[in-house]
Structures are given as C-alpha cells and as structure tokens.
Design a protein. Structure first.
Length: 94
C-alpha cells in the first residue's frame, strides 16, 4: 500500500480440545487480532470463531474437519468483510 511502511499485528487466541473418545477429538477456537498500519490512519480488528473434529483412524492416519467464521472491521470504508471457511484434511504421520 502506498505510504505504509509496515503493519503491526497483535493476535490473541484460545483453543479448547475435548476427547469424546481416544479416537474422536472436538475443538473450539476463538481469536482476536488488531492490525495498525504505520504511516496510514487505518486500524483493522479481526475476529474469528471455529469448531472442529478430528477422527483418528489409527496411529498414523487422522481425518480432520473444521468450520470457521472470520470477521474484519476497519476504520477504512469498504474494507470490512465476513467469511465462512470449511476445511477438510487428512494427516499422515509416522
């Protein structure tokens, strides 16, 4: 962005995991972020919330699904947004 020498990011978040069974883990995530643009009078506030489940097929293979909602509020007009994100993943480890 012209006139901006950098962005100062501050983030804080918390995640709580619960084992319904040894092979089924539920997660809840909440986060907040504040972005200050150096050289420009712009401040963005980011919020996010998400839930997820991890299913352990065996010691080496896990399937994970997660749904998250993200919000950005800015003091600059036309920048605000809301996003819904769904992720599905496969983890292989040895």
């Amino acid at each position: 962005m012209p006139g901006v020498s950098g962005v100062l990011y501050r983030d804080v978040g918390v995640q709580v995991d619960h084992a319904f069974r040894r092979w089924l883990i539920g997660s809840l995530k909440l986060a907040f972020g504040l972005d200050n643009y150096v050289g420009l009078d712009r401040t963005d506030k980011r919020y996010s919330a998400g839930v997820g489940m991890t299913y352990k097929l065996n010691r080496s293979v896990q399937v994970k699904g997660e749904f998250g909602q993200d919000w950005l509020q800015s003091n600059t007009e036309g920048v605000d947004y809301t996003a819904s994100v769904f992720m599905l993943g496969l983890r292989l480890q040895r």
